[in-house]
Design a binder for this molecule. Structure first.
Ligand code: PLP
Length: 451
């Protein structure tokens, strides 16, 4: 490569290092990789190296990169009307809201648009508090709800610590996690029952009449791909009904095909009062999120103003891309594709890996949302790296990540877990290509295992 050809790339990197302040990072310790282009399930770096994306960026590129129908819809909307304030009606926004309401469960029929997931959760909590006239919110340990002030206060993982003290009135509870049960449960069924008993007693001691909402990730995402045991979500719904509490399902990661359904709650036939979404709704082509609202909560604000808003609520470029995305979801049966991909390819392939690698303690997931939990010892389940490990303590995971990237696979890693969260449109052959890389990379993790 000549110096001239090299110049624009070096400028990207140099300007990034000089002027871009990145999320969640010690700025002097990072060197973000410039991405040049992407297509389908792959992206390419500045040197033309191709990566198969097993992370869907931040688990948001559900229909893959550069889908021509979304690209065209954004261009078409840009040519017609780039921006309009939320107080006006707009065809892209109206259509996106109708299409989302059409696939939402029960009587969730209205959509409040935001720019992303955190704002969606902020506004869902605001709605729940005003609707009930109560102030407390129950939020789970091992959860992530976003990084704005309220959403980070809801979050039940170490990302919250630096922002404490946060919003008052948040009470935490343990959700089900059969592999590492907080309730000493021996199986999934018992885990679900005990988690529900724990939630009930938490409500009792808090005073259920003071609780506005219970928020949960339908399938817990970053904190472990924790699929609720049968009956758990229905049990939470029943508790909310008993005490007049609003159930908020955070489907920012689990919604829009990721779990093989429109919304993950559909798998268990449970209807929350509010669903928050973002990410997969338009695969992040333009920032978009929102809250889908039940008839009863919408009615609270029929003759009383909703005290919340955003300059870009229902932005036409974002909504036009959501409309195209919804059409793609229907025409290409994205939820069905993800469901089959999980059941027929990802699940079986990862379980076969588990046979070969002593470092794999558990494989779990559904649709295009899977986790491989890495351990040093299958008997004791000691994690490959400690909770929240960084620096040298995290080296065994860093080794696996480096081995994946070297072989052209972009993994998603959290603590001692590898998450397999590719675009829902990834083909069976692409999954096998990525699993072959994991197979090689996991040899590094096996070396830490007890003989
Ligand atoms: N909720 C969940 C379950 C998420 O996974 C995320 C992001 O990862 C958020 C909320 C926050 O979304 P955003 O980053 O768009 O604010």
């Amino acid at each position: 490569m000549t110096a001239l050809q090299d110049a624009p790339v070096s400028t990207t990197r140099r300007d990034d290092r000089a002027h871009v302040f990145h999320s969640w990072s010690a700025q002097a310790q990072i060197d973000p990789m410039p991405i040049e282009r992407a297509d389908g399930s792959y992206f390419w770096d500045e040197n033309g190296k191709r990566y198969l994306d097993f992370s869907s960026q931040l688990v948001n590129v559900n229909i893959g990169y550069q889908h021509p129908r979304l690209v065209a819809a954004i261009a078409e909307q840009a040519a017609k009307l780039c921006t309009v304030a939320p107080g006006f009606a707009n065809d892209a926004r109206s259509t996106a809201a109708r299409m989302i309401a059409e696939v939402a469960p029960g009587d969730l029929d209205k959509v409040f648009f935001t720019n992303g997931g955190a704002e969606a959760n902020e506004n869902a909590v605001r709605m729940a508090r005003l609707h009930t006239g109560r102030h407390k919110v129950l939020a789970a340990y091992r959860s992530y709800h976003g990084a704005t002030a309220g959403a980070i206060a809801l979050t039940g993982d170490p990302r919250r610590w630096a922002s404490e003290p946060g919003l008052p009135g948040i009470v935490r509870y343990w959700g089900p996690y059969p592999y590492r049960s907080a309730f000493h449960a021996v199986d999934e069924q018992q885990e679900g029952e005990r988690a529900l008993a724990h939630l009930r007693s938490t409500l009792e001691v808090e005073g259920p009449h003071t609780v506005a909402a219970i928020i949960l990730e339908t399938v817990v995402g970053t904190n472990g791909v924790l699929v609720p045991p049968p009956g758990y979500l229905a049990g939470v719904r029943a508790l909310c009904d008993e005490f007049g509490i609003v159930l908020i399902a955070d489907e920012v990661m689990s919604g829009f095909g990721r779990c093989g359904e429109w919304f993950a709650v559909d798998r268990w036939g449970v209807t929350p009062d509010l669903i928050t979404f973002a990410k997969g709704v338009n695969s992040g082509y333009v920032p978009l999120g929102g809250v889908v609202i039940s008839a009863a909560i919408a009615a609270t604000f029929a003759d009383r103003p909703f005290p919340g808003g955003l300059t870009y609520s229902g932005h036409p470029l974002a909504c036009a891309s959501a409309v195209a995305s919804m059409q793609v979801f229907h025409d290409e049966d994205i939820p069905g594709r993800a469901r089959r991909l999980g059941a027929e390819v990802i699940g079986p392939e990862l379980r076969a890996l588990q046979e070969r690698h002593p470092s794999i303690g558990e494989v779990r997931g559904l649709g295009a949302m899977w986790a491989i939990e890495l351990v040093r010892n299958r008997e004791t389940r000691e994690p490959l790296v400690p909770f929240n490990a960084s620096g040298p303590a995290a080296a065994p995971m860093a080794g696996v990540v480096a081995a994946c990237k070297e072989r052209g696979l972009w993994p998603f890693v959290h603590f001692n877990r590898l998450h397999v969260v590719p675009p829902c449109t990834t083909t069976a052959d692409e999954i096998r290509e990525g699993v072959a890389v994991l197979d090689a990379a996991l040899e590094g993790a096996d070396r830490y295992c007890a003989p």
